[in-house]
Design a protein around this ligand. Structure first.
Ligand code: ADP
Ligand code: ADP
Length: 234
């Protein structure tokens, strides 16, 4: 099945009187349960594509479908709840709440959906154990390394068991080895939970093991490569 797709999508940003064309007619579809990396040079439109696939922004023209839902057709309110229900995000800069512990950061997204506080705690704790942070539940972000913070961010993105997790350059602020460990951990989560992962990166480590690699340049898809199949020029 298809986890998410963009059909003939354009995205323009208005900068004063100037129009920036970030995406120039992109079509792509992401298979359920896959680990897909969107790569390409800086400014090529990776973050924009990820924001649209994550329902954080709307296209200028074209269609965006997530889990079979045409998300452009939803009202703002419906879209917000759709996003909260189906999607998880991991950002380059971790975006953790500094005054909360690791456990509290991961519990936070469950506030609105899980009534029982003990259940919230238990689910957050299990997810932190799954990312290898079972002994660091009470630490605040400042008391964790960059790699550990990003693991907390992955746990937070996954605690609601979303169908789709999006990560914008998740290894950008990590050293090579920590980045490789994070990638391995995300792949394990993807396999065990059958979660679809879409990441943007120009980190070759992250590109290597991808089920599918989509290369964007200047707002267009220039290459799609599926694992163990020859390059398909587009
Ligand atoms: P930047 O955004 O810094 O211009 P790129 O995304 O062009 O960087 O490439 C960064 C690194 O990722 C390079 O080492 C390049 O070889 C590798 N890379 C980029 N795209 C691909 C790809 N489609 N397949 C394999 N490696 C890639
Ligand atoms: P990437 O993630 O590949 O670096 P982006 O999607 O961030 O690329 O940006 C694509 C293009 O859109 C760039 O030219 C960038 O300057 C522009 N852009 C991105 N976000 C905005 C914005 N909020 N306002 C104006 N221009 C933007």
């Amino acid at each position: 099945g298809v986890a998410a797709c963009l059909q003939e999508v354009t995205k323009e940003y208005q900068l004063g009187k100037t129009t920036v064309q970030a995406l120039r007619g992109i079509s792509l579809s992401i298979a359920v349960g896959s680990y897909t990396v969107i790569c390409g040079p800086s400014g090529s439109g990776k973050s924009t594509a990820l924001q649209l696939l994550g329902c954080l922004d709307m296209p200028t023209t074209g269609r965006v479908e997530i889990a079979g839902q045409d998300v452009v057709a939803l009202s703002d309110k419906a879209r917000t709840s759709f996003r909260a229900q189906h999607l998880g995000f991991v950002f380059q800069n971790f975006n953790l709440v500094p005054v909360l512990t690791a456990l509290e950061n991961v519990e936070y997204p469950l506030q609105l959906t899980v009534r029982d506080a003990a259940e919230r705690r238990e689910r957050a704790q299990k997810m932190l154990e799954a990312v290898g942070l079972g002994t660091m539940l009470q630490r605040r972000p400042a008391e964790l390394s960059g790699g550990q913070r990003q693991r907390v961010a992955v746990a937070r993105a996954m605690v609601k068991r979303p169908k789709l997790v999006l990560a914008d350059e998740p290894t950008a602020n990590l050293d090579r080895r920590t980045g490789a460990e994070l990638i391995e951990m995300m792949r394990t989560m993807q396999r065990e939970h059958q979660t679809t992962f879409i990441l943007s990166s120009h980190d070759p480590q992250m590109i290597e093991g991808a089920d599918e690699r989509i290369r964007i340049e200047d707002g267009r898809v220039v290459e799609r490569v599926q694992r163990s199949s020859p390059a398909l020029a587009m």
